[in-house]
Write a protein that binds this ligand. Structure first.
Ligand SMILES: Cc1cc2nc3c(=O)[nH]c(=O)nc-3n(C[C@H](O)[C@H](O)[C@H](O)COP(=O)(O)OP(=O)(O)OC[C@H]3O[C@@H](n4cnc5c(N)ncnc54)[C@H](O)[C@@H]3O)c2cc1C
Length: 442
């Protein structure tokens, strides 16, 4: 059989976004194969209850400096336009804000001054302003506590599972040959004369370009190919608590200030995209030795990724020698202690909604995903910028747990389409993409 132009492995939002983009805006790419080991798209980290459903735009993510925030904004504008057009029932348009208390106030005020020219809709709210837009954030709060908020009227909450399904539905309906194999796990990727061979179920599929969007396990395949061998993964599970009452407890997303040393979002409160009465709080951050939350079979993938090796042990020890990282890790472990853990979590949730009581929140069993945090085995640090990889010398790319994750799936797909276009010599009609989404040309 002749070679495919492109094989995509993994039908979460990352892989499915590329499938949609290529079938619509790269007419020269004629034969595409998408391989997914689950029975349908978006059932792992992209599943609706497995993440926080936020479309990150960079403004309220206080760990992002301006440059990173603007890159995130670009991706969010693409995806925001896509969901408004194609997924109106799978998204909410709601306000969002980040609150700063006590000595954080000055930092947030400085961020507002720096960011407002790039995000013209953001406002800095004082006590009265917060009370007006989100009264439950103020109810029960110490009136003497200094507090400000950076507020944006138009944020998105997205059902990323529905998004993955929509990308696939549209990719299939465009007359381009896209073959999709579900319930098919790939076993191996090998270099071949004009590209790669992907092996699954004892069948060898030849391709000119391979893109691994298989979540955390992408790194295992990359290692086999000789890429990113100095990177391993620390899988960190995120769980959620929920509160249900008519109309929900929050009108919009409420984040708290982020410690820039920590790679994970601080605990926040979010109206659920699927139930207007439900408010979700989380995520927690607990190391777990698996790659997919509902699959202990992925333990073997974790063992194989290089974390449980002498180098991995030394790297983890060095990372945890930082008191901030150690304190964060230990505090998150307290959440798992019976009874005490729920009180510990409530303490953090009360930064968002101070009046909540212990019986107001319940653990959302079965919800939550696993973020594979790349760690640098040479320098013993959290490895930034290693969640996406493009081989310098071969038609190969992968993502692990792209940060900021689902929000950047279309931005990531556009950047990849440019690379695929360059490597395979087929044009990518980016101008038409922007026009179709109603966005200005670059
Ligand atoms: C707790 C938590 C909160 C989050 N909150 C947000 C948020 O608010 N906003 C945001 O933008 N991002 C968020 N993220 C990140 C976001 O969920 C992920 O970045 C995003 O879902 C990744 O999509 P993906 O398609 O790369 O991976 P996945 O959705 O995990 O998909 C990977 C796919 O690859 C398949 N696969 C794996 N191995 C194989 C194989 N061998 N063969 C074939 N197929 C394979 C899997 O079955 C799966 O379908 C959060 C993540 C977590 C864990």
């Amino acid at each position: 059989m002749s070679a495919r132009d492109l094989i995509i492995v993994g039908a979460g939002v990352t892989g499915s976004a590329l499938a949609w983009l290529v079938t619509h805006y790269m007419p020269g790419i004629r034969r595409i194969l998408l391989i997914e080991r689950r029975s349908a798209p978006g059932l792992v980290n992209s599943n609706v209850t497995n993440n926080s459903q936020t479309l990150h735009r960079g403004d309220i993510e206080t760990n992002y400096p301006l440059e990173k925030a603007l890159q995130v904004k670009w991706g969010a504008e693409l995806l925001g336009a896509f969901v408004d057009q194609h997924l109106p029932d799978g998204r909410l348009v709601i306000p969002k804000q980040v609150i700063a208390v006590d000595d954080e106030v000055e930092t947030l005020e400085a961020r507002f001054r720096e960011f407002r020219q790039h995000y013209p809709d953001i406002e800095l709210l004082d006590v009265d302003g917060i009370n007006r837009v989100e009264p439950m954030v103020m109810q029960g709060r110490d009136p003497d506590q200094p507090i400000v908020s950076l507020w944006s009227p138009r944020g998105h909450a997205v059902d990323y599972h529905a998004l993955a399904e929509k990308f696939i539905e549209l990719a299939r309906g465009n007359g381009v040959e896209i073959e999709i194999l579900y319930n098919t796990a790939i076993d191996r990727v090998e270099p071949a004369r004009d590209g790669f061979v992907v092996r699954a179920n004892r069948v060898a599929y030849q391709t000119r370009f391979v893109y691994l969007a298989a979540g955390n396990s992408s790194l295992n395949f990359a290692h086999d190919l000789g890429y990113e061998r100095n990177i391993a993964l620390l899988p960190v599970a995120g769980s959620f608590y929920k509160h249900t009452r008519p109309g929900g407890v929050l009108r919009g997303k409420v984040y708290t200030m982020q410690n820039p040393k920590l790679p994970f979002a601080a605990i926040h409160g979010d109206p659920a995209v699927y139930n207007e009465d439900e408010t979700r709080f989380g995520p927690t951050a607990r190391p777990m030795p698996i790659f997919e939350r509902d699959s202990w079979r992925t333990f073997a993938e974790f063992l194989d990724v290089g974390t449980m090796t002498p180098r991995g042990g030394v790297a983890l020890a060095r990372i945890l020698s930082d008191p901030t990282m150690l304190g964060f890790g230990l505090w998150n472990m307290v959440y798992d202690v019976p009874i005490v853990g729920k009180y510990a979590f409530l303490r953090d949730v009360r930064k968002v909604v101070p009046s909540l009581g212990i019986d107001d929140i319940i653990l959302d069993k079965g919800a939550g995903g696993i973020r594979g945090q790349p760690i640098d085995l040479v320098n013993g640090v959290i490895a930034k910028g290693h969640d996406r990889f493009v081989a310098p010398d071969a038609p190969y790319a992968h993502t692990i747990a792209p940060s900021p994750g689902a929000s950047f799936c279309l931005g990531n797909a556009v950047e990849l389409a440019r690379i695929i276009s360059e490597r395979l010599g087929h044009p990518f009609d980016e101008a038409r993409l922007l026009a179709d989404l109603g966005l200005p040309a670059i």
